[in-house]
Design a protein around this ligand. Structure first.
Ligand SMILES: [Zn+2]
Length: 170
């Protein structure tokens, strides 16, 4: 190999090549980490029933369901479900990192006519509506009463929801 002097253009060309190589390598190695998942998202639609004592049973059962190419249920049902149905479909996006952490927009308080209800309060409310629904079978009533009893809602929340149900039926 020829002697390379610091003044030799070939020396500088090699040096520049090595530097360039290292820069590219370093860049490639940079972990994209937390922002990476944000680019990937699951797009779908979420069915929201108009919760209340007059909400049809079919709507109560489908409330909160997600539809989309990445979900088990690809296409939402034709709406309305039937008489009294006030269901709507809302766009729902979930980022991959949210899915990974098992949290999503469902965990945010939901604004309803009766004020903001936490997701567990809303679940408790829905379970009770099913448990007391005139069209629900005996088994369904028992099942959902049991489910409601397992939802973590404090005494104040339970009382508030009880009032809502009482008000709605009169
Ligand atoms: Zn409906």
């Amino acid at each position: 190999m020829a002697n390379l002097e610091l003044t030799d253009p070939l020396y500088w060309a090699l040096f520049a090549g090595v530097v360039l190589f290292m820069v590219i390598r370093f860049r490639k190695k940079q972990p994209v980490g937390p922002t990476r998942g944000k680019a990937i998202s699951i797009k779908g639609q979420q069915l929201r029933a108009h919760l209340g004592p007059n909400c049809p049973l079919a709507c109560l059962f489908e409330d909160g369901k997600l539809f989309g190419p990445d979900y088990h249920d690809k296409t939402p049902p034709p709406l309305p479900h039937g008489p009294g149905c006030e269901c709507s479909l809302q766009p729902n996006y979930r980022r991959a990192d949210e899915i990974f952490q098992n949290k999503n927009s469902l965990n945010k308080p939901v604004h309803t006519e009766m004020g903001d209800l936490s997701p567990s309060e809303l679940r408790y409310y829905k379970y009770l509506l099913i448990a007391r629904h005139p069209d629900a079978s005996k088994e369904q009533k028992e099942e959902y009463q049991e489910l409601a009893s397992r939802v973590e809602v404090d005494a104040a929340g339970r009382a508030r929801i009880e009032t809502l149900i009482q008000q709605g039926t009169t």
